[in-house]
Design a protein around this ligand. Structure first.
Ligand code: HEM
Length: 288
């Protein structure tokens, strides 16, 4: 069976290399740069030794060709994709994100984010609608994605894969973690039942204590312009989150847009950067 991590590596990587355990963590930037130079050199050799090498390129130059050939030139340590090493958790998180996107889009055909319809639409999805199973898949998939992303981060920490040259990708990863949690948080309100409304009320109250931008947070009282406080309960982080002072219809609308459009787009962009960096940093790290 093709596991997600396996799929990820086959999709992105064309060449495996074997190295002795313990080698990877010692790879520094210089050897990384040298390896990439070697790739470029072998790409050029391949291009000029091919039968149609003398044919003029449509792109008109080597740069575009190199850009296109770059994705096929990455190398990967065989141990790096071993299930016992990655736990397959990065690939699983990605797979679950795709499941969430597909089931979420299907749910959008049935769900209306208004006070009048939201709760009943959810009940109908459970009891009446043919594709109602999508809601269960979406809900369980969301829980699984949160667990998978934590396990992935834990694995990266345990294997020391946050160390140079992968520290930038660790930062991209932490953003992905925050956005994954925000996806969960914003989705929680959409069923518009008592649990959802009070959970978001409690959760958003914490935003009042955000340093600098929450009305009760440290530093907020210092932000004063001509004697007028800049951060008040009508202009702080909680107000921005709820689009009001308490949970209401505008909150539902705001969370719906964040949950279905803004955050998924941000996560997609970050995942692209994350995967690009995995390749740039020399593929998945190997065992320490
Ligand atoms: C939506 C969330 C995420 C997705 C889809 C994702 C996906 C992936 C995938 C597929 C890999 C390849 C290796 C593997 O499968 O383990 C990877 C590597 C990596 N990820 Fe993530 N990731 C996510 C979140 C995070 C988080 C929260 C962190 C840490 C804060 C992180 C840090 C890293 C690092 C440093 C690597 C390189 C690891 C290595 O080379 O061994 N990622 N990620």
């Amino acid at each position: 069976m093709l596991l997600p991590a396996d799929f990820f590596s086959r999709f992105c990587v064309t060449q495996y290399i074997d190295t002795a355990p313990g080698h990877e963590q010692g790879i520094d930037r210089i050897s990384h740069v040298n390896r990439r130079k070697d790739h470029r050199k072998s790409n050029l050799e391949k291009r000029f030794s091919s039968p149609d090498a003398d044919r003029p390129s449509k792109s008109g130059g080597g740069d575009a060709d190199q850009l296109l050939s770059a994705p096929a030139s990455s190398k990967l340590r065989r141990q790096g994709i071993a299930l016992s090493y990655t736990w397959c958790m990065g690939g699983t998180t990605f797979f679950l994100f795709l499941v969430e996107v597909v089931t979420g889009v299907l749910l959008m055909f049935y769900y209306r984010p208004t006070l009048e319809h939201a709760y009943n639409d959810i009940l109908n999805l459970r009891d009446v609608t043919t594709l109602g199973i999508m809601r269960e898949l979406h809900r369980w998939g969301a829980h699984a994605m949160v667990i998978a992303v934590w396990l992935h981060m834990y694995r990266v920490f345990l294997t020391g894969s946050y160390k140079p040259p992968r520290e930038f990708n660790w930062v991209v990863g932490t953003l992905l973690l925050v956005f994954t949690l925000l996806l969960s948080f914003t989705g929680y309100l959409l069923p518009w039942d008592q649990l959802a409304i009070w959970a978001i009320t409690v959760g958003s109250n914490m935003a009042r204590a955000t340093p600098g931008v929450g009305v009760e947070g440290p530093g907020a009282s210092l932000l004063v312009l001509n004697g007028v406080p800049l951060v008040t309960s009508y202009s702080d982080a909680k107000f921005a989150l709820l689009s009001g002072r308490s949970v209401g219809e505008m909150t539902l609308n705001r969370f719906y847009v964040l949950h279905c459009v803004a955050i998924p787009l941000a996560v997609s962009l970050l995942i692209m950067i994350h995967f690009w960096r995995v390749r740039k940093d020399g593929g998945i790290s190997g065992p320490m």
